[in-house]
Structures are given as structure tokens and as C-alpha cells.
Design a protein around this ligand. Structure first.
Ligand SMILES: Cc1cc2nc3c(=O)[nH]c(=O)nc-3n(C[C@H](O)[C@H](O)[C@H](O)COP(=O)(O)O)c2cc1C
Length: 147
């Protein structure tokens, strides 16, 4: 059993549903889960934790407003975050050249500060006819051996 911190970046709410679907699946897999819809760096535990980042991309490849302070605090943190394991779901639209850029930028930041990505980033393309919650849950189940 692992402890998960689900960190959500969303402007319009769609990615919150994806995060809630992930919470449901992780609980069913007997993990502990805390969901952060308004992520505050100082409130997010990094000890023996797995961070699941679920973020959309807005503007011209920007982070959603609600997650920007978290990223800035993360970049300047002096805490040793090397024990943190993470996985990322990017929600975006491939009509944009900057498809899921916020998710890829988040991945770069976390890797640059020594966190460990446990499985390759998953993108969900809202341009296609998809059920993003179901795809996110399937991805977690597929990776459940790594969690
Ligand atoms: C103004 C605006 C800008 C967007 N920019 C991007 C972008 O640069 N890259 C991308 O992949 N998706 C982009 N999208 C698509 C959103 O990421 C997508 O609609 C997503 O489902 C929104 O998730 P949310 O409801 O959690 O905010 C944009 C959407 C809007 C409305």
C-alpha cells in the first residue's frame, strides 16, 4: 500500500473529474489518497509519498492558474524531494501546438529536482472522442504493479 497525493491543475473543472476517478481507483487498490484541488506546496507531504499530478494546459501552453504557485514554490524549495515518486496525467487538446505542455513542463521540473518518475507520462487528448476518466483509471490499473 502506498500513500498518494493527487495534485490537480484545472481551469474549467474537467481535470478534477479525472483526478476524482483516479482517487476512486487508487482507493479500490487499497492505497491512501489525498486530493489537492488547490495545491499548496507546504501542505503536500513528500515523505514516502507518490505524487500523481493531473493537469490540463491553458493559455499558450501555460499551467492552470490554480497550480502556478505550487510550481513556483516547488522550484525554489530547499526540501530534499529526492524520495518523491511521481506519475503525471496531462489533459489537453492536440489542436494546440502546445499539446499538454504544462504536463511535460511539470515533468521537467520534478526530474530536475531529483524526483523519480515511476511510469511514462500519460496524455489524454480531448480532441478525440474519449472518456478521459475511464482512460485514466485503465492507465492506473495497467501500472498497478509499479504503485
Ligand atoms: C483558452 C484555452 C487554451 C488552451 N490551451 C491549450 C494548450 O495550449 N495545450 C493543450 O494541450 N490544450 C489546451 N487547451 C485545452 C484544455 O487543456 C482542455 O480543454 C482541457 O480538457 C481543459 O481541462 P480543465 O477543464 O481541467 O481546465 C486549452 C483550452 C482553452 C479553453
Amino acid at each position: 500500500m502506498s500513500s498518494f497525493q493527487i495534485i490537480v491543475g484545472s481551469m474549467l473543472g474537467g481535470t478534477e473529474y479525472v483526478a476524482e476517478a483516479c482517487e476512486e481507483t487508487l482507493l479500490a487498490l487499497n492505497h491512501q489518497v489525498t486530493v489537492h484541488l488547490k495545491p499548496k506546496f507546504e501542505q503536500i507531504n513528500s515523505e514516502k509519498q507518490t505524487w500523481l499530478i493531473c493537469t490540463s494546459t491553458h493559455g499558450a501552453g501555460d499551467f492552470p492558474d490554480n497550480i502556478q504557485n505550487f510550481i513556483e514554490d516547488l522550484k525554489i524549495s530547499t526540501v530534499d524531494l529526492s524520495p518523491v515518486k511521481f506519475m503525471i496525467i496531462g489533459v489537453g487538446d492536440s489542436n494546440y501546438d502546445t499539446f499538454c505542455k504544462a504536463a511535460f513542463d511539470m515533468e521537467k521540473v520534478l526530474l530536475s529536482i531529483g524526483c523519480n518518475e515511476i511510469t511514462p507520462l500519460k496524455t489524454l487528448d480531448m480532441r478525440e472522442e474519449i472518456d478521459p476518466e475511464d482512460l485514466a483509471q485503465q492507465w492506473l490499473i495497467t501500472n498497478s504493479d509499479l504503485l
